[in-house]
Design a protein around this ligand. Structure first.
Ligand code: F6P
Length: 510
């Protein structure tokens, strides 16, 4: 078996060609580098033809996948094995969608049934009229719900349930106050979402929400709270009645937890059937990821592209532009998924990685971004691989012209980045040969969004396996939290002069 170092050397020495030459050499490049992922009721098309992927590179990356033990790592993860060795546990987000160890799938089903009961009780009026839900959580306990609700619970969506959900993450009181302003306390419930049920931002916001309810005359404020957590005892201790605690397994990572009870606000906003379709969309991708091998495995193929740009072409960032307002939060979601998962400097065994890990994921929404940051993509000095994500069906009833302009612009940007344009005037010349991939969804519905997110989870995992890192821990976030806690506890003697001066100027220290 070839070792991974030899595979990387072979990849680094593989011939390269410009996008123009790659297209010129292969009349069927679009067909060979595009693929369709079947989603219940729809399809997602992936077009990687405008990337620098070539047959040589695909062969090289397939050899790397084999040398890195991709098939075994995938099996371990999908079967509830030890996928997260540094934290000593499995990574069982797929069990939430029906794929995993039998007992984990059974437990996830039972937790879903419990959640469904509460969702249907709320929709059915058991808690009196509920018109608003303030969902309090941060990181993985907020980004997924915020994305799914913004994408799917639009006013005209057929599956939309009659409860407005406000996701509040930031400790900055301006965020929570804005939610209070938008809600009537008499008809509001609060979801406190925290895997650990200790996160300071979430617990502080939750306490303020209780205070707001009490000061607004709500008789049993804690009776309006639902807890979504892998630490149910802590939620009960905090004051939530056990009947309104929706647990999930410790082996579901925070940034992979949208499918568990952290998805409660999504089910409240969409109705249970909508949430079930969301899970089913993700499950369809799980089946593909489990069954397809090598280049035919689309999340793995996407990882080939990612690694080609970072490792072979030195790109330090990757950009994602959603040409669809409904997916405006998708880049934010991906930032946590990709950067918290793969922004590491060591291999799974703790030894130095010795190469760049995850690129910086950034992006925005089209066409807005064209008028703000695309200058750099077209004429800047760095190569930035771009993913364009678009949706064929508009989802609104305005003049179809809106959608035609939106999609036209999306495709035009990819074409322009690749083609470039010569000019005698340097300022007006475009180098071209700049890569992009296009992900075109048929429509934006729960199954499609579930599939799109699951695709990116597996893509992130595939990147990690080929690099040899553990994508499921996140020790890098701890040090800053510890220092903040020390400062808050008045144990902050001896910080650097800059930090000391800032604390004093802000009135946080004498
Ligand atoms: O600080 C990072 C992090 O641990 C994320 O991984 C997680 O999604 C977030 O904080 C919130 O954690 P919790 O759900 O435990 O409140």
């Amino acid at each position: 078996m070839t070792d991974t170092a030899a595979c990387w050397t072979a990849l680094e020495n593989a011939p390269t060609a410009t996008l123009k030459d790659l297209f010129a050499a292969d009349a069927d490049r679009v067909g060979r580098y595009s693929a369709t992922l079947a989603v219940p009721g729809s399809d997602i098309l992936f077009d990687w033809s405008k990337t620098h992927l070539s047959d040589d590179l695909v062969a090289g990356f397939e050899a790397l996948a084999s040398a890195a033990g991709f098939d075994t790592a995938r099996e371990t993860m999908l079967n509830g094995g030890m996928a997260n060795p540094t934290e000593g546990r499995a990574a069982e987000h797929t069990a939430q969608r029906g794929m995993g160890a039998d007992e984990s799938v059974a437990e996830a089903d039972a937790f879903h049934m419990r959640m469904r009961g509460l969702v249907e009780a709320i929709h059915g009026g058991v808690f009196g009229p509920v018109k608003h839900l303030i969902h309090i959580g941060i990181g993985g306990s907020a980004l997924g719900p915020a994305l799914a609700i913004d994408a799917l619970a639009r006013p005209t969506a057929e599956w939309r349930a009659p409860v407005d959900v406000h996701v509040v993450s930031n400790i900055d009181g301006n965020a929570l106050e804005a939610a209070f302003e938008a809600c009537d306390p008499a008809t509001t419930m609060i979801a406190v979402a925290s895997k650990t049920f200790t996160t300071i931002e979430t617990m502080t916001n939750a306490a303020s929400a209780i205070q707001w309810l009490e000061e607004s005359g709500v008789a049993d404020a804690y009776g309006k709270v639902v807890a979504l957590t892998a630490s149910p005892d802590k939620a009960v201790e905090w004051g939530v009645d056990e009947t309104r605690v929706l647990p999930f397994s410790e082996s579901v990572g925070g940034r992979y937890s949208l499918w568990s009870s952290i998805g409660f606000p999504v089910a409240i906003a969409l109705g249970w059937d909508g949430f079930a379709e969301f899970l089913e969309g993700a499950a369809a991708v799980d089946r593909h990821f489990a069954d397809a091998d090598g280049f035919a495995n689309l999340p793995l193929r996407a990882a080939f592209v990612d690694l080609m740009y970072v490792q072979l072409r030195g790109c330090q960032t990757r950009a994602v532009f959603a040409y669809d307002e409904r997916l405006a939060l998708f880049p934010d979601y991906l930032q946590q998924l990709e950067m918290e998962s793969n922004g590491k400097s060591v291999l799974a065994d703790g030894s130095p990685l010795g190469r760049q890990s995850a690129p910086i994921t950034w992006g925005g929404v089209g066409t807005d971004a064209q008028h703000a940051v695309f200058q750099l993509l077209h004429q800047g000095t760095v190569e930035v691989p771009v993913d364009f994500i678009a949706v064929k069906q508009p989802g609104h009833d305005l003049d179809p012209e809106h959608h035609a302009i939106l999609l036209t612009n999306c495709f035009a940007q990819g074409a322009a980045l690749m083609a470039g344009k010569d000019s005698d005037d340097g300022a007006r010349a475009y180098p071209g040969n700049r890569p992009s991939a296009t992900i075109l969804c048929e429509k934006m519905d729960p199954a499609t969004l579930g599939a799109l997110i699951a695709f990116h989870e597996h893509r992130t995992f595939a990147n990690a396996v080929l690099l040899g890192i553990n994508p499921f821990d996140q020790f890098g976030v701890e040090l800053g939290k510890q220092i903040a806690n020390q400062i808050a506890a008045g144990e902050g003697e001896g910080f650097d002069p800059s930090t000391e001066a800032l604390l004093k100027t802000a009135g946080l220290k004498d």
